[in-house]
Write a protein that binds this ligand. Structure first.
Ligand SMILES: *Cc1c(COP(=O)(O)O)cnc(C)c1O
Length: 389
């Protein structure tokens, strides 16, 4: 029996929302999980009126449930899942900028986003100026129609303060788009700090099991409808089965993040004391240049952690080659720990000097800390670093 003023009227915690938000009401005979609506279309009236209509429109029940769940986690009016993180970034931008418009974007962004801004959007006569987020105001032009940042930044985990950018965006009456993939809504709710549009590669923590490619755009209902229109035109919908996998992953998001946060923080502290380690990049550490901002904006500091091996690039490669549990793969946010070396992946096109200018010293290793036991990961790192001390 439902009580007056019951669960629906009190604010629920993130774990509860991750499990329950967006789901259909409890009713005898109904499936506890969301059935996969493996269909391209739905029976309807001659003049369609219902919310559920056609799968490419993202109006399949599997899309609707996962949209509501994500909106509830972000504290947003609405959300829309799309085919990938890059679909989320490109559709969110195309919903706000048109031919002749200008974007101001952060210097440090995901490689795919840089390619979109540098190579593809100029073909549509949309130009971008890249700047340090604190210098955005000087880069604004009369035709600037969007500000774009990412945080924490890969792989140094720098955290640009979005609050002054939110004020700037408001003053100019343009949107501030924030790719918050590394943070997740469990650690950081960008809309509460001045973001207009939140972007996620749901391929990472939201899915959480390295088994589904997806993206999401979160914000006001009106904005999400603008993104939906672009999604319909460009055809970047997320299919029902992928939505179902994402929904299943998101139910444990809060639980997984708690473990990612705890283990990464403990390993960061441990690594900082290690003789073979020159530097640890982790926003929870007092030594991190944005630690104060991180404490103000984040409820926890995430599962990403980077370290610099004292012996440089060759030593770092030997360390990575000694890993047994931690696999080399160019992604992050899954239950399994992964390692990558930016000089071979995201920052391969740069010289050592150019990387250093971005804070990526020789010997740099990026870790995505999974949900394995702390002791097993510590043992692995200790064993791998031992010979370099
Ligand atoms: C992976 C990633 C993307 C792109 O996501 P896909 O799902 O691979 O398209 C965008 N931004 C960040 C920060 C990412 O880590």
């Amino acid at each position: 029996m439902k009580r007056e003023g019951g669960q629906a009227t009190r604010p629920q915690g993130a774990s509860t929302r991750a499990v329950h938000a967006g789901m259909h009401p409890h009713a005898a005979g109904e499936a506890v999980t969301t059935p996969i609506a493996q269909t391209t279309t739905f029976f309807n009236d001659p003049a369609p009126a219902g919310e559920v209509l056609y799968t490419r429109y993202g109006t399949n029940p599997n899309n609707i449930v996962v949209n509501r769940k994500l909106a509830a986690l972000e504290g947003a009016e609405a959300a829309i899942v799309v085919g990938s993180g890059m679909a989320a970034s490109s559709l969110a931008l195309l919903a706000h900028v048109h031919a002749g418009d200008h974007i101001v974007a952060a210097n440090s962004l995901y490689g795919g986003t840089l390619t979109l801004l540098k190579r593809d959007l100029p073909l549509l006569d949309i130009e971008t100026t890249f700047a340090e987020p604190r210098d955005f105001e000087a880069a604004v032009r009369p035709n600037t129609r969007a500000l774009f940042i990412e945080l924490p930044v890969n792989p140094t985990l720098r955290i640009p303060d979005l609050r002054p950018l939110g004020v700037l965006a408001k003053k100019l009456n343009i949107p501030l788009l924030v790719d918050a993939t590394f943070a997740t809504p469990i650690n950081f709710r960008a809309l509460e700090h001045g973001a207009t549009v939140v972007i996620h590669s749901a391929t990472k923590y939201l899915g959480g099991h390295s088994d589904v490619t997806a993206g999401a755009v979160v914000g006001s209902a009106g904005m999400v409808e603008m993104v939906r229109e672009k999604m319909k035109s460009f055809g970047a919908v997320l299919d029902p089965h992928a939505c179902w996998l994402l929904e299943r992953g998101m139910k444990t998001l809060a639980l997984r993040m708690q473990r990612h946060n705890e283990t990464a923080f403990a390993l960061a502290r441990w690594l900082e004391m290690h003789d073979a380690v020159a530097k640890v990049h982790y926003p929870g550490l007092e030594s991190h240049p944005d630690h104060i901002v991180a404490r103000q904006l984040f409820s926890a500091f995430g599962g990403m952690l980077s370290l610099v091996v004292r012996g440089g690039d060759d030593a770092a490669l030997r360390v990575v080659e000694r890993f047994e549990l931690i696999a080399v793969a160019p992604s992050l946010g899954g239950v399994e720990s992964l390692v990558s070396m930016p000089r071979f992946t995201s920052h391969a096109a740069l010289t050592s000097e150019q990387r250093q200018a971005l804070g990526i010293d020789d010997g740099f290793i990026r870790l995505s800390i999974g949900i394995e036991d702390f002791e097993d990961l510590r043992y692995e790192l200790q064993h791998a670093l031992e010979a370099e001390s």
